[in-house]
Structures are given as structure tokens and as C-alpha cells.
Design a protein around this ligand. Structure first.
Ligand code: BGC
Length: 483
């Protein structure tokens, strides 16, 4: 598999070597396999545009086209992704000028990940209230005719939207499982909590983090046509030809006005192959899925995103220990602890390119209280590569499929998320896999390039709020499909 360094394994005993090779075989994805996965991905994207209930839901965002680059003004936004609540006040000054932002982060207490809808929204409303109080002078001027400040709400979960100002949560993903939200409109629930606390704010746009990233990146650089977020979860967004989204007509009837326009699609591609026809799932993946907050869902996400990579690796270590290949005869209760290994552990381990592998040895000692022998270190180091390489290669399938869907051979992708930015070798490995899938000539430059996305959930959300209000003639936004 591209990107691997099997030479690390030189000199390890034969029994260890054969176990590593067995694991490697189950993690390897050949070029033909990558192509099959990408082809199936493309078909699934199309299916999601034509019908409900497809693995990849291809959610409508009601963001109708790219920004003009002239969007200006100050907008509040709330970014809710599951770990923190970030409240921002962004001053947009048009494409040519830098934006200015004031922001505060509030940690979402762990117990609120599985609380009730009421408690969750009260907490988020409280964060907004605190922000407005603290930055009172800056926020005051933003009130509309009804005395409220317009706010864009970035909610990084799959929702069904009938307009820019509503969204029914389809299902929680990642680590959240708050009761009473699935099947309900998150905008009305959050707005009710804001009203109850008398926070003078009106939600004018509901935005997914990927849609925010698409709009903010395109605002800065109009050549960016796809956005991708790969952090705790993974997802991507792009603009689709309205006429190709045939499922719209079955819900809303023909819309002549919109038919030659573009509609932003939040693909929710983390759900690719939930029906398990194509993904090369290993028994490690099956266990990670079973132990996750939402078994049976987001199968692709669980093989590539940050929340799960450490867990996959933990399952491998548990198996190796059970086979007596690492720390034989020693109890390792720490490995039973969910999430004891996170994606940054793997990334740090991958960054150790030394011969001695001292850093990875120290890492295991410090984080897992494991004293590895020189052979064990080599094996553990190599297995980290397997997990990271497979993730990057699978990730590339989604980008290749979207490029094909958009019928583009060259494209700039606005990429965001900790895995993308911080995970050692992730970007290079993805690009290499894209080259294999899309069959770029050997010496050619990369036809698809990744660029750091502008802050989608802050700046992107603000731009979407500006676009929404502009369409509504400023001031108050009436509930209406699209803008
Ligand atoms: C969510 C998406 C989100 C992605 C990245 C996934 O689990 O379903 O809505 O865009 O994570 O945050």
C-alpha cells in the first residue's frame, strides 16, 4: 500500500512478522479497489440526489449559489460541533479586505453530550447571552427592526431543510446523543431557548460546517468549488445543478425560477456504504462500530475520521496483546479504556521517522504506561502507518467521486479539520491516492489541489447570513425556501 515503510520491520521475529502481514492485508486497498470504491461513491452521490433514504443523504442546504464576494457587514454566528460552542461576531468587508472577528469558545460539558434537548439548547443560548453581554458595545449596532441581532447557526450534523431557516435533525453522529432532538427542528428548539433567556437574537440561517467552508473558501478564492471537513467526523459539500436534484420536485413541485441555478449540497458522505456492500471492513472496524455511540451508522466516517482512528488502533493493540505479541504476560487494563488513544497520538507516532523510534517509545510509556521492546516498537510504529494510510486512501475516494460528479478534471478543494491539517502525511497520502484513482499522468502536477479552508463555521456562516438577508432585502427574514 502506498506510503508504507515495511523496512521498519526489518529483523523482527517471524511470528510477529506474519501477524503484522495478516493485519496489513486486511488494511490494504489496492488501486483497482480504490477505483471501485470511488465509482460506487459516485453512483451513491447521484442516488442521494434522486431519492430519500439513500446511504448518502445529499442534504439540501438552500444556499443558492456562490457568494458574490461583495457581502459585507457584521454578523453573529454560533458554531456547534459537539466539543465546544464557539460564538463569533464577524465583520465582513468584501473579498478584497480581511475580515475581523471577535470570538469566544465555551467547552460543552461532557454530561451535556447525552442530556435532554432543553438542557442542551439552554446551555448554547446561555453562551450566546454571555457573549453579547461581554461584547455589548460591538454587538449593539447589529439589531434589526425587531430589535434582534441576526445570527447564523452552524450545526455540524445531518439535517433535512425545507428552507435556510429550518432543519430537522435526521440523526446524531459523532459522540452526541441528546434526547428529544432527532426528528425535530433544531432552529425552533434553539430559538425557543434564546427567547426564553431573552437573548435578543434571531436565527437567520442554519449552516453545516462543510457548507460554511465552501462559501468562505469560495468568497476568498472563487476557484474553490468543493469543501471537505475531516476532523472528529468527515463530510464534504459542493454546488449542484438545481435541475439534477430530482428529489426536490417530488417534495416541492417544479420551481421554474430556481431551475437554472445552483444549490449547495451538504453530502453527509460519512454515511457512505452504511449498507456495507463495498467498504473493506475489518473485524477491528466492526468492534469500533459496535462500541460507538451510534452503531450501524456512519460506516465510512468510522474508517477515516479523527474520533475513530485511535479506537481502531486500540483494537489492534488489544489483539496483539491477546496473542502475546506485545507486553506478553503483563496486564494492560489501560487498553480497555475507550478513547485512551486519540488521533493526535497516532499522528505523533507517525511523525517519528528516526531509526531509534525513541519518540514513539516515550509516547507509549507516557500515554499507555507500556514499555515496548525494540521489536514491539517497530511493529506498533508500522501498524500506525496502516491505520493512517488506509484512512487517507479511503478519504481520497470521496473527493474523486465529487470531482467526477461535477465533471471537473481540475479543482481546488477547501479542506478543513484537525485530521487534514495536523495528521502526519494525511494530505500527501490522499493526493497520491487521488492520482491513482483519477489516473493522472505519471509526471503531471496534481490536478486536484487542497487549500486551507477559511473558517467556515465562523466566517462562512456570516457570509451565508449576509446572503440570506440580502435576498430578503435586509432586516428580518421570513421563513421561505432558499434565498
Ligand atoms: C456530521 C457532518 C459534519 C461532519 C464534520 C459528521 O459527523 O454528520 O454534518 O459536517 O461530521 O464535522
Amino acid at each position: 500500500m502506498q506510503g508504507l515503510r515495511p523496512e521498519i520491520l526489518a529483523g523482527i521475529p517471524d511470528d510477529m512478522y506474519s501477524i503484522v502481514r495478516r493485519i496489513e492485508d486486511s488494511f490494504a486497498i489496492s488501486t483497482p479497489d480504490l477505483r471501485k470504491l470511488a465509482n460506487h461513491f459516485e453512483r451513491q452521490l447521484e442516488r442521494g440526489l434522486t431519492m430519500d433514504g439513500s446511504d448518502i443523504p445529499m442534504n439540501l442546504s438552500w444556499v443558492m449559489g456562490y457568494p458574490t464576494g461583495k457581502e459585507k457587514g457584521r454578523y453573529l454566528s454560533v458554531d456547534f460541533g459537539g466539543t465546544n460552542v464557539r460564538v463569533c461576531n464577524t465583520l465582513l468587508q468584501g473579498r478584497e479586505e480581511d475580515f475581523q472577528m471577535t470570538q469566544e469558545k465555551y467547552k460543552l460539558p461532557v454530561h451535556l453530550r447525552s442530556t435532554s434537548a432543553e438542557k442542551l439548547w439552554d446551555f448554547v443560548a446561555c453562551c450566546v447571552g454571555e457573549f453579547i453581554e461581554k461584547h455589548h458595545d460591538e454587538c449593539e449596532g447589529q439589531r434589526n427592526q425587531t430589535g434582534r441581532m441576526p445570527l447564523a447557526f452552524t450545526f455540524s450534523y445531518p439535517v433535512t431543510q425545507t428552507s435556510i431557516t429550518d432543519g430537522i435533525l435526521q440523526k446524531w453522529t459523532k459522540a452526541l446523543s441528546v434526547s428529544g432532538v432527532e426528528g425535530n427542528d433544531v432552529v425552533s428548539q434553539f430559538q425557543a431557548a434564546l427567547d426564553k433567556r431573552k437573548v435578543p437574537v434571531q436565527i437567520v440561517a442554519l449552516v453545516n460546517d462543510t457548507m460554511g467552508a465552501l462559501i468562505s473558501s469560495n468568497y476568498r478564492d472563487p476557484e474553490v468549488k468543493i469543501s471537505s471537513v475531516i476532523s472528529t467526523g468527515c463530510n464534504a459539500a459542493y454546488m449542484e445543478d438545481y435541475r439534477s436534484i430530482t428529489k426536490i420536485e417530488s417534495h416541492f413541485g417544479p420551481d421554474q425560477e430556481a431551475s437554472d441555478r445552483l444549490m449547495g449540497i451538504n453530502t453527509e458522505l460519512g454515511a457512505y456504504d452504511n449498507s456495507r456492500n463495498m467498504l473493506p471492513l475489518t473485524h477491528f472496524d466492526e468492534t469500533v462500530d459496535r462500541l460507538s455511540a451510534h452503531p450501524g451508522t456512519q460506516m465510512y466516517e468510522k474508517m477515516v475520521a479523527g474520533l475513530y482512528l485511535g479506537e481502531i488502533y486500540r483494537m489492534i493493540l488489544i489483539e496483539l496483546h491477546g496473542l502475546g505479541m506485545i507486553s506478553p504476560g503483563k496486564d494492560l487494563p489501560i487498553l480497555e479504556r475507550p478513547d485512551v488513544i486519540d488521533a493526535s497520538f497516532l499522528s505523533v507516532a507517525e511523525a517519528d521517522m528516526s531509526r531509534s523510534l525513541d519518540e514513539i517509545k516515550d509516547l507509549f510509556k507516557e500515554k499507555l504506561q507500556m514499555d515496548l521492546t525494540p521489536d514491539e516498537v517497530k511493529v506498533c510504529r508500522y501498524l500506525v502507518e496502516l491505520v493512517g494510510t488506509r484512512a487517507a486512501r479511503l478519504y481520497a475516494c470521496s473527493i474523486a467521486a465529487i470531482c467526477r460528479r461535477m465533471k471537473v478534471t481540475t479543482c481546488r478543494v477547501g479542506a478543513d479539520g484537525s485530521v487534514f491539517h495536523k495528521y502526519t502525511h494525511f494530505k500527501e497520502r490522499s493526493l497520491h491516492a487521488l492520482r491513482e484513482i483519477l489516473d493522472w499522468p505519471y509526471f503531471s502536477e496534481d490536478f486536484v489541489t487542497f487549500h486551507n479552508a477559511e473558517d467556515g463555521s465562523g466566517v462562512g456562516a456570516a457570509i451565508i447570513a449576509a446572503m440570506a438577508l440580502e435576498k430578503q432585502g435586509g432586516g428580518t427574514l421570513s421563513p421561505k425556501a432558499g434565498f
